[in-house]
Design a protein. Structure first.
Ligand code: GRF
Length: 217
Protein backbone atom coordinates (compact mmCIF):
# COMPACT_ATOMS: atom_id res chain seq x y z
CA UNK A 1 0.00 0.00 0.00
CA UNK A 2 1.36 3.47 -0.84
CA UNK A 3 1.88 5.77 2.11
CA UNK A 4 -0.79 8.45 2.65
CA UNK A 5 0.34 12.05 2.26
CA UNK A 6 -0.34 13.89 5.53
CA UNK A 7 -0.29 17.56 6.53
CA UNK A 8 -0.06 18.49 10.21
CA UNK A 9 -1.59 21.84 11.20
CA UNK A 10 -0.18 23.52 14.29
CA UNK A 11 -0.29 26.84 16.13
CA UNK A 12 2.44 26.44 18.73
CA UNK A 13 4.84 24.00 20.36
CA UNK A 14 4.13 21.06 18.09
CA UNK A 15 4.97 18.14 20.37
CA UNK A 16 2.16 16.03 18.89
CA UNK A 17 3.41 16.97 15.43
CA UNK A 18 6.87 15.77 16.48
CA UNK A 19 5.39 12.47 17.66
CA UNK A 20 3.74 11.99 14.25
CA UNK A 21 6.98 12.87 12.44
CA UNK A 22 8.87 10.38 14.60
CA UNK A 23 6.36 7.59 13.92
CA UNK A 24 6.43 8.29 10.19
CA UNK A 25 10.24 7.94 10.05
CA UNK A 26 9.58 4.22 9.97
CA UNK A 27 9.23 3.37 6.28
CA UNK A 28 6.61 0.76 7.12
CA UNK A 29 4.36 3.38 8.75
CA UNK A 30 1.37 3.85 6.40
CA UNK A 31 1.56 7.67 6.32
CA UNK A 32 4.26 10.23 5.57
CA UNK A 33 4.27 13.77 6.92
CA UNK A 34 4.88 15.89 3.84
CA UNK A 35 3.82 19.28 5.16
CA UNK A 36 3.53 21.18 8.43
CA UNK A 37 1.41 24.33 8.24
CA UNK A 38 0.73 26.95 10.88
CA UNK A 39 -1.59 29.92 11.23
CA UNK A 40 1.13 31.54 13.34
CA UNK A 41 4.41 32.27 11.55
CA UNK A 42 6.26 32.21 14.91
CA UNK A 43 5.04 28.75 15.97
CA UNK A 44 7.93 26.87 17.58
CA UNK A 45 6.79 23.67 15.88
CA UNK A 46 7.74 25.10 12.47
CA UNK A 47 11.38 25.16 13.54
CA UNK A 48 11.17 21.55 14.73
CA UNK A 49 9.54 20.47 11.45
CA UNK A 50 12.19 22.22 9.32
CA UNK A 51 14.94 20.60 11.38
CA UNK A 52 13.34 17.24 10.54
CA UNK A 53 13.52 18.13 6.84
CA UNK A 54 9.78 18.63 6.40
CA UNK A 55 8.28 21.36 4.20
CA UNK A 56 6.56 24.08 6.20
CA UNK A 57 4.08 26.78 5.35
CA UNK A 58 2.78 29.65 7.47
CA UNK A 59 -0.51 31.36 6.66
CA UNK A 60 -0.82 34.28 9.05
CA UNK A 61 -4.50 34.35 10.04
CA UNK A 62 -4.28 37.99 11.21
CA UNK A 63 -3.95 39.12 7.58
CA UNK A 64 -7.44 37.75 6.90
CA UNK A 65 -9.11 39.69 9.74
CA UNK A 66 -12.64 38.36 10.15
CA UNK A 67 -12.58 36.58 6.79
CA UNK A 68 -12.46 32.98 8.06
CA UNK A 69 -13.51 31.55 4.71
CA UNK A 70 -10.64 33.43 3.02
CA UNK A 71 -8.12 31.88 5.42
CA UNK A 72 -9.62 28.44 4.89
CA UNK A 73 -9.46 28.85 1.10
CA UNK A 74 -5.78 29.80 1.31
CA UNK A 75 -5.15 26.79 3.53
CA UNK A 76 -7.01 24.49 1.18
CA UNK A 77 -4.92 25.70 -1.77
CA UNK A 78 -1.72 24.79 0.05
CA UNK A 79 -3.12 21.36 0.96
CA UNK A 80 -4.16 20.72 -2.64
CA UNK A 81 -0.82 21.93 -4.03
CA UNK A 82 0.86 19.37 -1.79
CA UNK A 83 -1.59 16.60 -2.78
CA UNK A 84 -2.55 16.05 0.86
CA UNK A 85 -4.79 13.08 1.61
CA UNK A 86 -5.13 13.33 5.41
CA UNK A 87 -4.99 16.43 7.65
CA UNK A 88 -3.96 16.15 11.32
CA UNK A 89 -4.79 19.07 13.60
CA UNK A 90 -2.25 19.12 16.41
CA UNK A 91 -2.71 22.06 18.75
CA UNK A 92 -4.20 24.06 15.87
CA UNK A 93 -5.97 26.84 17.76
CA UNK A 94 -8.31 28.06 15.12
CA UNK A 95 -11.91 27.24 14.27
CA UNK A 96 -12.39 26.11 10.70
CA UNK A 97 -15.45 26.96 8.61
CA UNK A 98 -18.15 24.34 8.09
CA UNK A 99 -17.35 24.38 4.36
CA UNK A 100 -13.71 23.51 4.94
CA UNK A 101 -14.61 20.83 7.49
CA UNK A 102 -17.10 19.16 5.15
CA UNK A 103 -14.53 19.20 2.34
CA UNK A 104 -12.20 17.17 4.59
CA UNK A 105 -14.87 15.03 6.26
CA UNK A 106 -13.47 11.63 7.22
CA UNK A 107 -9.96 12.79 6.27
CA UNK A 108 -9.22 15.33 9.03
CA UNK A 109 -8.23 14.29 12.58
CA UNK A 110 -7.85 16.28 15.78
CA UNK A 111 -6.37 15.53 19.19
CA UNK A 112 -8.09 16.83 22.30
CA UNK A 113 -6.63 16.63 25.82
CA UNK A 114 -9.65 15.03 27.52
CA UNK A 115 -11.81 11.94 27.26
CA UNK A 116 -14.47 13.29 24.92
CA UNK A 117 -17.34 13.97 25.12
CA UNK A 118 -16.23 15.21 28.57
CA UNK A 119 -14.41 18.53 28.84
CA UNK A 120 -14.69 20.00 25.38
CA UNK A 121 -12.95 23.35 24.93
CA UNK A 122 -10.02 24.83 26.84
CA UNK A 123 -8.44 24.30 30.29
CA UNK A 124 -9.38 20.63 30.28
CA UNK A 125 -6.91 19.53 33.00
CA UNK A 126 -7.97 22.29 35.41
CA UNK A 127 -11.63 21.45 34.82
CA UNK A 128 -11.05 17.71 35.27
CA UNK A 129 -9.37 18.38 38.63
CA UNK A 130 -12.13 20.78 39.72
CA UNK A 131 -14.76 18.22 38.81
CA UNK A 132 -13.02 15.55 40.87
CA UNK A 133 -12.62 13.32 37.83
CA UNK A 134 -10.90 10.05 38.74
CA UNK A 135 -9.88 9.27 35.18
CA UNK A 136 -8.76 11.72 32.53
CA UNK A 137 -7.03 11.38 29.20
CA UNK A 138 -6.96 12.28 25.54
CA UNK A 139 -8.97 11.61 22.40
CA UNK A 140 -8.24 11.50 18.68
CA UNK A 141 -11.37 12.09 16.62
CA UNK A 142 -12.48 13.02 13.15
CA UNK A 143 -13.26 16.72 12.88
CA UNK A 144 -16.92 17.72 12.63
CA UNK A 145 -18.25 21.29 12.29
CA UNK A 146 -19.03 21.51 16.03
CA UNK A 147 -15.85 22.03 18.07
CA UNK A 148 -14.33 18.96 19.79
CA UNK A 149 -17.00 16.66 18.48
CA UNK A 150 -16.93 14.10 15.71
CA UNK A 151 -16.45 10.34 15.66
CA UNK A 152 -13.89 9.08 18.18
CA UNK A 153 -11.02 7.08 16.70
CA UNK A 154 -8.78 6.36 19.72
CA UNK A 155 -8.55 7.28 23.39
CA UNK A 156 -5.94 7.02 26.10
CA UNK A 157 -6.73 7.23 29.80
CA UNK A 158 -4.70 8.19 32.86
CA UNK A 159 -5.65 7.84 36.52
CA UNK A 160 -5.94 11.16 38.34
CA UNK A 161 -3.72 11.19 41.45
CA UNK A 162 -4.48 12.76 44.85
CA UNK A 163 -1.60 15.18 44.59
CA UNK A 164 -2.03 16.06 40.91
CA UNK A 165 -1.72 19.67 39.81
CA UNK A 166 -2.81 20.97 36.44
CA UNK A 167 0.83 20.65 35.33
CA UNK A 168 1.49 17.09 36.51
CA UNK A 169 -1.79 15.87 35.06
CA UNK A 170 -1.14 17.69 31.76
CA UNK A 171 2.29 16.04 31.50
CA UNK A 172 0.89 12.52 31.91
CA UNK A 173 -1.93 13.21 29.46
CA UNK A 174 0.56 14.65 26.93
CA UNK A 175 2.63 11.46 27.09
CA UNK A 176 -0.56 9.54 26.25
CA UNK A 177 -1.34 11.98 23.40
CA UNK A 178 2.04 11.25 21.86
CA UNK A 179 1.14 7.55 21.77
CA UNK A 180 -2.48 7.65 20.62
CA UNK A 181 -2.05 10.15 17.77
CA UNK A 182 0.40 7.97 15.79
CA UNK A 183 -1.83 4.98 16.58
CA UNK A 184 -5.00 6.71 15.32
CA UNK A 185 -3.30 8.03 12.18
CA UNK A 186 -2.03 4.53 11.45
CA UNK A 187 -5.56 3.10 11.69
CA UNK A 188 -6.96 5.79 9.39
CA UNK A 189 -4.10 5.59 6.89
CA UNK A 190 -4.52 1.82 6.71
CA UNK A 191 -8.21 2.37 5.85
CA UNK A 192 -9.27 0.39 8.90
CA UNK A 193 -11.65 3.06 10.23
CA UNK A 194 -15.19 3.32 8.99
CA UNK A 195 -17.74 5.91 10.13
CA UNK A 196 -21.16 4.33 10.67
CA UNK A 197 -24.03 6.33 12.22
CA UNK A 198 -21.58 8.90 13.58
CA UNK A 199 -19.37 6.32 15.29
CA UNK A 200 -16.05 4.84 14.23
CA UNK A 201 -15.82 1.16 13.62
CA UNK A 202 -12.27 -0.14 13.60
CA UNK A 203 -11.72 -3.34 11.68
CA UNK A 204 -15.51 -3.54 11.74
CA UNK A 205 -16.03 -3.31 15.53
CA UNK A 206 -16.89 -0.31 17.77
CA UNK A 207 -14.26 -0.64 20.52
CA UNK A 208 -11.32 -2.86 19.64
CA UNK A 209 -8.33 -3.08 21.99
CA UNK A 210 -6.19 -1.49 19.26
CA UNK A 211 -7.84 1.92 19.76
CA UNK A 212 -7.64 2.24 23.56
CA UNK A 213 -4.69 2.86 25.79
CA UNK A 214 -4.67 2.35 29.57
CA UNK A 215 -1.16 3.03 30.83
CA UNK A 216 -0.69 1.22 34.11
CA UNK A 217 -0.25 4.28 36.38
C1 GRF B 1 -2.20 19.32 23.12
O1 GRF B 1 -2.50 19.10 24.46
C2 GRF B 1 -3.38 19.02 22.25
O2 GRF B 1 -4.15 17.96 22.72
C3 GRF B 1 -4.16 20.30 22.33
O3 GRF B 1 -3.21 21.31 22.35
C4 GRF B 1 -1.98 20.81 22.85
C5 GRF B 1 -0.96 21.04 21.78
O4 GRF B 1 0.34 20.66 22.18
N1 GRF B 1 -5.12 20.37 21.27
P1 GRF B 1 1.47 20.45 21.11
O5 GRF B 1 1.53 21.74 20.27
O6 GRF B 1 1.13 19.26 20.27
O7 GRF B 1 2.72 20.26 21.89
Amino acid sequence: MSRKRVAVLISGRGSNMAALIEAAKDKTYPAEIVLVASNRPDAAGLVTARAAGIATHAIDHTIFGKDRAGFDRALNRVLEQNRIEIVCLAGFMRLLTAGFVSQWEGRMLNIHPALLPAFKGLDTHKRALEAGAKTHGATVHFVAPEMDSGPIIAQGAVAVRDNDTEQTLAARVLAVEHRIYPLALRLVAEDRVQIVDGRCLIDGVPAPDTASLFPSD
